[in-house]
Ligand binder design. Structure first.
Ligand SMILES: *Cc1c(COP(=O)(O)O)cnc(C)c1O
Length: 431
């Protein structure tokens, strides 16, 4: 039997991940060679990718990006991927629409410009395709043959699709009681899908055990032993938002928080754009959004705590139902450093916000989108989000996967016989 290292390393050959130079510890700064590691050997802090970023002029880099493909690979010079990434079989997510939401802005009293970054347009209809596409390249570089994850639903589908396309095996793990749309989307790509009797935090613990077991040998868990690479995919949301605004930072961004990875990496992406001179350096505020039924980060923010106390999730926003968020403390740091906030809304407000977005802009977001817009509305009303400034709301998933949230109140207006008399008698056609 082959020797299994703690991190599940399948190869020791040097790897080509483009500008990625090393892994560095977010707590103590110690550096490690690129590999399937996720925790610092000295202090157990989380690791992140450190880069040799491009050194040319900002104009050159901007032109190079703009000439690239209409997906996240246009930003390959800033990502841990080989330079020929665009030619490999991958799901090629990204460059989703940034919708100027004028109807919604009018309804919410926003005058400074309101935008919805609509990530439901990705290949498996959530932002998770961004992070998985990067993890696939890392899996290939490290010689993994099976792609895996612990998932709140969307990630399982993204991994299934990406593995199918890349010709890898997949075996993904979800809480057993997810929405039907998420289960089917995770199963249809033909890999193994395992429902675990427990919540996401139980699923995650199970996966950590599996990594240390011979059963998990040769497996790349996108959000565990490939997590440092996976996380970098979320930077592309920051790059796209700024490029689509004409290479400009927005003043305020509202982002849903589950593990907190996405929010922290959007901030990392914005910082890189400033450092590279691709956008003008000016202040921006980052706001985190949670559902009241799973609001460990928002509770800590409001209590002024630095540590996040775990909760047992109970909300319809299942994609955000992580009671013990790995990046919670970093979300608190970023919200406080930028002058933002972390807030939560009730399930009822989530449903109202899903319908508000659909009714005003023709965008059907999933429950996570309802959480984000619900929190945006609440913070505008509280005077925390400034309506005179440019605001971007991130819709991270597609409402077709969470139909139950709105099905009770979104039905046919009437059912009639196929005749004009019946239509007239029902008093319809006047809405
Ligand atoms: C996973 C997920 C999130 C949150 O992601 P984190 O990086 O874990 O905070 C947000 N929205 C949707 C739809 C998701 O699936």
């Amino acid at each position: 039997m082959a020797v299994q290292t703690v991190a599940g390393n399948a190869t020791t050959a040097p790897v080509d991940l483009g500008p990625a130079a090393a892994l560095s510890c977010r707590e103590c700064g110690e550096r490690f060679e690129l590999g399937p590691l996720f925790a610092c050997a000295s202090c157990f802090g989380p690791l992140e990718v450190a880069y040799d970023l491009p050194t040319g002029s900002p104009e050159e880099l901007r032109k190079r990006i703009e000439a690239g493909p209409d997906n996240i690979w246009r930003y390959a010079p800033l990502l841990p991927v080989p330079s020929d990434v665009a030619e490999k079989p991958n799901i090629n997510p990204g460059f989703t629409k940034l919708v100027k939401a004028d109807n919604l802005a009018r309804e919410l009293g926003v005058t400074g410009g309101l935008y919805v970054k609509d990530d439901s347009g990705n290949p498996t209809h959530s932002f998770k395709d961004r992070v998985v596409a990067i993890a696939v390249e890392a899996a290939r570089a490290f010689g993994f043959t099976t792609l895996s994850c612990s998932s709140t639903g969307n990630l399982a589908g993204a991994v299934g699709a990406a593995a199918a396309r890349a010709g890898l095996r997949s075996c993904v793990f979800i809480p057993h009681d997810l929405e039907q749309g998420k289960v089917v989307m995770a199963a249809v790509y033909g890999g193994e899908l395992v429902g675990i009797e427990g919540n996401y935090d139980d699923v995650n613990r199970f996966c950590s055990e599996l990594i240390g077991d011979p059963l998990g040998e040769g497996w790349g868990f996108v959000n565990v032993n490939l997590r440092p690479y996976y996380g970098e995919g979320s930077k592309t949301l920051a790059y796209e938002i700024c490029e689509q605004l004409g290479w400009r930072l927005p003043d305020q961004i509202v982002i849903p928080v589950a593990s907190g990875s996405q929010l922290t990496k959007i901030d990392k992406g914005l910082q890189e754009l400033i450092k590279l001179g691709l956008v003008e350096d000016r202040p921006y505020k980052i706001f985190g959004a949670q559902a009241e039924g799973c609001s460990p980060v928002s509770a800590a923010f409001k209590a002024g705590h630095d540590v996040v106390r775990p909760q047992k999730p109970n909300t319809i926003a299942k994609s955000l139902a992580i009671g013990n968020p790995a990046d919670g403390p970093y979300v608190l740091d970023i919200a406080r450093r930028t002058g933002g906030a972390v807030e939560d809304v009730t399930d009822e407000q989530v449903v109202d916000a899903i319908k508000l977005l659909a009714r005003t802009e023709g965008i059907f977001g999933e429950t996570a989108g309802g959480v984000t817009l619900g929190v945006t509305k609440k913070l505008i009303e509280a005077g925390v989000i400034d309506p005179t400034l440019t605001t971007v709301v991130v819709n991270t998933g597609d409402g077709l996967k969470t139909l139950d949230a709105v099905s009770a109140t979104s039905q046919a207006t009437a059912t009639i016989k196929p005749s004009l008399d019946a239509f007239r008698a029902a008093g319809l056609g006047t809405a």
